[in-house]
Design a protein around this ligand. Structure first.
Ligand code: C2E
Ligand code: MG
Ligand code: MG
Ligand code: MG
Length: 292
């Protein structure tokens, strides 16, 4: 790969590049062993309903605990899993882990929870994704309406007719909650939005960041909320960190929030504990005392 770039072949093969390439190779081979060595874990970040203040579910987020390097950010390793194709296997493991966990929480009489799993483009492009999901739902005995899926605009737009068909097949398995992640940051086509069988838009953190002061972010957030509601979609705001952002979103009719203000992503047991505590609190949740 490096050879093709320079005239004499090795022009760009600097020590720095060497280190980078070796680091990347190490990460790749580390990832290949990660699954059998059980270094992957699923964390759960709460989603809070703004009307009731209840925790209604979570987003499942993959974590890689490297034996020497410690926790590695998914922003670093998910793209590698995607390039090597390993994401298909790991993604299936995440789906299985989440469905199994949800069944356990239901058996332990936790309040009803929806957990959202992020899909990657490669998973969606596989023509057997719907049947894979069906098999996992059958094996775990989970009622499909508790499984939620997150897809991005670019995944939908890559081959829109195919994506519509695939999401229809998944919906036919009883999975009714499909969210568009990072909404507004990718290549959007509003005309296609109405053709996809989706039920929520996730307002991206980059727009939430500037609330409640930045004029542009205010305009974008209001527009996305209005657009979603007019299309009969719910709005989930991502990356909500402070009370002022929360108040703005509440006042502007946002349905659900997710962010550090509620909690960081947590290991399964800590998340279950949070849900139990939260359900017992009379004035439930962040900002629930502020007037609507
Ligand atoms: P995402 O799906 O948009 O997930 C939201 C990200 O925002 C998560 O980062 C979450 O920890 C972070 N976040 C949530 N609230 C806050 C907040 O208040 N402040 C800040 N600063 N950050 C917040 P994370 O866990 O690092 O994941 C990054 C991305 O990696 C995800 O973005 C998603 O695209 C991808 N990813 C994670 N798990 C999976 C997975 O199982 N499969 C696939 N295909 N992708 C995944
Ligand atoms: Mg997501
Ligand atoms: Mg997102
Ligand atoms: Mg994001």
């Amino acid at each position: 790969r490096v050879k093709q770039e320079g005239g004499n072949g090795y022009r760009f093969f600097t020590p720095e590049l060497n280190t980078l390439a070796v680091g990347r190779l190490e990460t790749e081979s580390g990832l290949r062993r990660a699954q059998e060595r059980e270094e992957f874990a699923v964390y759960y970040q709460p989603k809070m309903d703004l009307e009731s203040g209840a925790i209604i579910g979570a987003e499942a987020l993959l974590r890689w605990n490297h034996p020497e390097r410690g926790p590695v950010s998914p922003v670093e390793f998910i793209p590698i899993l995607e390039e090597t194709g390993q994401i298909e296997q790991v993604g299936e493991w995440v789906l299985k882990t989440v469905c199994t966990q949800l069944r356990q929480w239901q058996d332990a009489a936790l309040p009803p929870l929806n957990v959202a799993v992020n899909l990657s483009g490669r998973q969606l492009q596989r023509n057997n994704l719907a049947s894979t999901i069906g098999t996992i739902l059958d094996a775990t005995g989970l009622d499909p309406r508790f499984l939620e899926l997150e897809v991005t605009e670019s995944m939908l737009m890559h081959d829109a007719p195919y994506a519509v068909e695939m999401l229809m097949q998944i919906r036919a398995k009883g999975v009714i909650h499909i969210d568009v992640d990072d909404f507004g940051t990718g290549y959007s086509s509003l005309s296609y939005l109405k053709r996809f069988p989706i039920d929520a838009l996730k307002l991206d953190k980059s727009f939430v960041d500037g609330l409640p002061c930045d004029e542009d972010d205010i305009a974008i957030c209001r527009a996305v909320i209005a657009l979603a509601h007019n299309l009969k979609l719910r709005v989930i705001a991502e990356g909500v960190e402070n009370d002022a952002q929360l108040a703005f979103l509440r006042d502007n009719g946002c349905d659900v929030i997710q962010g550090y203000i509620v909690s960081r992503p947590l290991p399964a047991d800590a998340f279950a504990q949070l849900v139990r505590q939260h359900a017992c609190m009379p004035g439930r949740g962040a900002g629930s005392d502020s007037p609507r």
